[in-house]
Design a protein around this ligand. Sequence first.
Ligand code: ADP
Ligand code: MG
Length: 324
Amino acid sequence: PLVAQRIAAGEVIDRPASVIRELLDNALDAGAKTLVASVTDGGLETIKLIDDGEGIAKEDLPLLCESHATSKVHDLEDLFHIQSMGFRGEALYSIAAVSTVTIASSYLGQDAYQITVDNGSKGQVQPGGPREGTTVRVEGLFKELPARRQFLKRPSTEATMCRYVLQEKALAFPERAFRFITDGKVRVDLPATTKKQRVLDVLAISQNIVPSEMLELYDSAGRFNLYAVCSSPALYRSDRSHIKIFVNNRPVEEFALVQAVTYGYGEMLHGGAFPYCYLFIDVDPTLVDFNIHPTKREVKLRNKAEIHHQVVEMISSQVRRTIP
Ligand code: ADP
Ligand code: MG
């Protein structure tokens, strides 16, 4: 592949977990109800995602791994109304530049076809693949880029990062089922459920939390809705690691909003104690901009001050009400 292709790839795909993130986003955008991700050797040997989404048409297969190939944005105007998880059309392209990718798919239940792209060089479309949905298999990630491989952690650590990414997606999409398999062992099995139960199920993977300790909060104002699954003040942690913010289903790093959550609890929690809080903000897509970084973890909210205020208000009033 061209040098430019590999440089572009570096921005988005830096480790197996970023591959998993992009593959999950694509499956979600394709309307998949069940997403099964598996990795072997921490994702260095294989990363696979099986979905039951609408699939990819045979004639689209050769186009997928080309730069800016996307079916999700048709004109500039669309960029201001992003509803899908993907929109840049560079994920598969970037992944295919640094690994061997096989995409096999049945479009709306028709006969399946597949294509393999080996470190940027495209093979022929051939018959064969799943009976429904799409299966993407990524092999030998960074095999031709030893310098990149060198920055990776141990396989078990990389596998854990992949699992976290899947759990994070699962939190935002509770109505879909997710599984994560490492070296043949099922590590995460999350059936479709409600938003609150999904938070509890994900927490149950690593901690023992009683449902009654978690509260559901709701609020809405004008052009946004807030929903949170938060701990009662009796259940707290000594760090902020379980304050997670999602904007339009994307996990975001937004310290101001993390602070809004802690302000909301105020003196209900003593110093050094932090709540568990999974906060989901749904904003009118014209008021948010994710398009500032390829990994989309940053967000620009046009009505941030208003949202911040409402989060503090919702938490302080609704959590307080539950204290006996
Ligand atoms: P983007 O998601 O930004 O459009 P990608 O490179 O991630 O770009 O994917 C390119 C295109 O490939 C998508 O727009 C979509 O049309 C198609 N695609 C990728 N993965 C899947 C999938 N699992 N199911 C259906 N279509 C897919
Ligand atoms: Mg995508």
